[in-house]
Design a protein around this ligand. Structure first.
Ligand code: PEP
Ligand code: MN
Length: 276
């Protein structure tokens, strides 16, 4: 692979041969720590996010996700509670001592999300949004950069480079599946991306089995596969009542299913020499 020809500089593994560790409060993401980020696709009500946050806390996990700005394929779908959603996410996270992840979809939401959330997510549909990438580069908050659904690994790394060149070095990548000819799953989880990113870049990479697989029943398999392949963590959608979720219910795990998965991952932790 001729890495130089793509002019990736700051994200290049040679820039930080030991790998990037992103420090967030008393925890970190990357190199030897396995971070499980869980929560609903979208914050729906204070009760919903509180119940999920208390469950995440009960499992001794540190990260709570919840969308407040939802880029949906259909204009008729639920697009999130915006600032109210961010407030409820923050309140529940504070109550249980959790670190939040929430998505920004444009410059306006970026300034709101960075006001309330600890980590800013840039989603698949916005991976090519150079204005948003540039603005995220001037923030002093970690950015979770998802892979564009049709992006090559080099385009994805170039998007990370665009954030980094603007001054923000706290970036971690998220493989969330790519579009292929296969239609039985929502996307095709590209497990190859994990070793390729590890070779090419120093940035941590996590896996999103929920948007990759698109149905709850495959989330556990993809999660364990990604963990064994060397991912630095997972981003998983969970909901107290997946059937009633306002978005992505089909791929969301119930709290009980999620507990079983976390226990399975704990069992794998020691043989894989990982810390949670
Ligand atoms: C999400 O995390 O809810 C989301 C919209 O993901 P993606 O950008 O991967 O589609
Ligand atoms: Mn979702």
């Amino acid at each position: 692979m001729n890495f130089q020809k793509f002019s990736l500089k700051l994200v290049n593994r040679s820039y930080k041969p030991l790998g990037t560790t992103i420090k967030i409060g008393d925890t970190s993401i990357g190199e030897g720590v396995f971070s499980i980020i869980a929560g609903p696709c979208a914050v729906e009500s204070p009760e919903q996010i509180d119940l999920i946050a208390s469950h995440v806390k009960k499992l001794n996990l540190r990260f709570l996700r919840g969308g407040a700005f939802k880029p949906r394929t259909s204009p008729y779908a639920f697009h999130g509670l915006e600032e109210q959603g961010l407030i409820w996410l923050r309140e529940s996270a504070n109550k249980y001592g959790l670190i939040t992840v929430s998505e920004a979809v444009d410059l306006e939401s970026l300034s709101l999300v960075s006001e309330y959330s600890d980590i800013i997510q840039i989603g698949s549909r916005n991976m090519y949004n150079s204005t948003l990438l540039k603005a995220a580069g001037s923030l002093r908050k970690p950015v979770l950069l998802k892979r564009g659904m049709s992006a090559t690994i080099n385009e994805w790394l170039m998007a990370a480079e665009s954030i980094m060149v603007n001054g923000n070095e706290s970036i971690f990548l998220c493989e969330r599946g790519i579009r292929t000819f296969e239609t039985t799953t929502r996307n095709t989880f590209d497990i190859s991306a994990i070793p390729v990113i590890k070779k090419l870049s120093h940035l941590p990479i996590i896996a999103d089995p929920s948007h990759s697989f698109g149905s709850g029943y495959g989330v556990s398999s993809i999660s364990m596969g990604a963990m064994a392949a060397g991912a630095d963590g997972l981003l998983i959608e969970i909901h107290p009542n997946p059937e009633a979720a306002l978005s992505d219910g089909k791929q969301s795990l119930s709290l009980e299913e999620f507990t079983i998965l976390v226990n399975r991952l704990h069992a794998l932790k020691e043989p894989l020499n990982l810390r949670f």
